[in-house]
Design a protein around this ligand. Structure first.
Ligand code: ZN
Ligand code: ZN
Length: 410
């Protein structure tokens, strides 16, 4: 990628992503192959007045070797210093940028049980930090960096170099780096999302009804005081806006965990833990998952659902028009950050506490009481189809079309 684009991308992540303020500390979690971008981000951060920038490097090849050679018992041990480090980050109110650059099938040959053990152990140990990003107390942002294996997975017919070039083009389009002023383009985009958020938040919705030809037949209720969000989020401590995902097209909230009824059928493959889950359906009763199947990746799906009690319930409801710019590219990205923004989706597991009034300061028990789910897991899965209809039924019984033929009704 040329330097000019990398510089613009870095600036976008610092200004629109975490929205770094003068005197703040920035922590970047990034894979080693993205170092060209990371160097530009560090530069942009210092230019924006960062007092310190710290990078936490990772390498999927090394993670894989650990998964292969370490025993299940060893994988469950998280070093104390990692927990201390995350506590230090919380105390210092850092801004947190995560750059992902995964090989969608990096861990294909690894026993899903082992990846699950590592995931659960890390999730548990770093739970406090996760709670701080999840409730927007720490401003955070997630963005992607193309690599050869990922690009070849998306464009198998192209040479590695051409595939990477094409993936970069796609990333540029979806994060609006192809616009003359990407920061201004984001501001306009976010205003549009906020308009829909306002309508949904003012509608007093009791529950949503989903129907699609593919077999989705489903209802789910909303908790009292629900809040939809999308576009820009707001730091819970400092009220400073930031963009948690780049790209983002979704308008999302948390459903009442005890109300899901019926069946959701996947409309896109789900790539998780370096493995793919394809053509699956999940059935709910009183909010809890009571059945599921998958044509491919059943064990992986099972390990996600069986993480803990909360991973048997839904923690996110998200609306994305079928004609979103990401869907319009007509390619599966094998990367949830992009694929979730191509389609209406739900997430199994943890909720975003900010999606209910006063939620950021509620304890886990208070959230549960409100009907909001908690879990170590949070996995988005896509259900949006060309013919999906979503109807909102209001507290007063009035019906409001939200999606007609796969796209927004307003
Ligand atoms: Zn989402
Ligand atoms: Zn999600």
């Amino acid at each position: 990628m040329n330097k000019k684009t990398l510089t613009a991308y870095a600036e976008l992540l610092v200004k629109k992503g975490v929205n770094l303020q003068k005197g703040e500390m920035l922590v970047i979690s990034a894979p080693v192959n993205s170092s060209d971008l990371v160097v530009e981000v560090v530069k942009a951060a210092y230019k924006a007045g960062a007092r310190n920038v710290e990078v936490k490097w990772s390498d999927e090849r090394i993670t894989k070797l650990g998964l292969k050679y370490r025993s299940k018992k060893q994988l469950a041990i998280v070093p104390r210093w990692m927990v201390d480090q995350s506590e230090y980050y919380i105390e210092n109110k850092v801004a947190y940028l995560v750059i992902i650059s995964d090989d969608p099938e990096a861990f294909k040959s690894i026993n899903p049980e082992k990846t699950a053990i590592l995931r659960r152990a890390t999730g548990k140990a770093l739970k406090n930090f996760r709670d701080h990003t999840g409730s927007n107390k720490i401003r955070w942002s997630l963005a992607a960096y193309p690599n050869k294996k990922w690009a070849k997975k998306m464009f198998p017919d192209l040479s590695s170099d051409k595939a990477v070039k094409k993936l970069w083009e796609y990333v540029e389009k979806t994060v609006r780096l192809d616009r003359e002023d990407p920061v201004a383009a984001w501001e306009e985009h976010q205003r549009n999302i906020e308009r829909r958020v306002k309508i949904l938040n003012g509608a007093n919705i009791k529950y949503f009804r989903y129907k699609s030809k593919n077999g989705t037949d489903f209802t789910v209720g909303m908790p009292k005081g629900y809040l939809f969000a999308g576009g820009a989020e707001e730091g819970a401590w400092d009220k400073i806006p930031f963009t948690a995902n780049m790209p983002t097209e979704e308008v999302f909230s948390c459903p009442d965990r005890n109300t899901a009824e019926g069946t959701l059928v996947s409309s896109m493959p789900l790539c998780r833990n370096g493995q793919i889950i394809r053509n699956f359906r999940i059935t709910f009763s009183k909010g809890r998952i009571v059945g599921f199947d998958a044509e491919e990746g059943y064990e992986n799906l099972k390990s996600i659902i069986e993480t803990d009690e909360g991973s048997h319930y839904l923690g996110e409801i998200a609306l994305v028009g079928y004609n979103s710019p990401i869907r319009a590219l007509g390619t599966l990205f094998y990367e949830t950050l992009f694929d979730e923004n191509a389609s209406c989706h739900f997430a199994i597991g943890d909720c975003y506490p900010t999606c209910v009034e006063g939620g950021a300061d509620m304890s886990e028990d208070e959230l549960l009481e409100k009907g909001l789910n908690t879990s170590l897991e949070h996995v988005d899965f896509m259900v949006g189809t060309e013919d999906l209809s979503i109807t909102a039924v209001k507290e007063n019984g009035e019906e409001m079309p939200v999606f007609v033929n796969g796209d927004w009704a307003f």
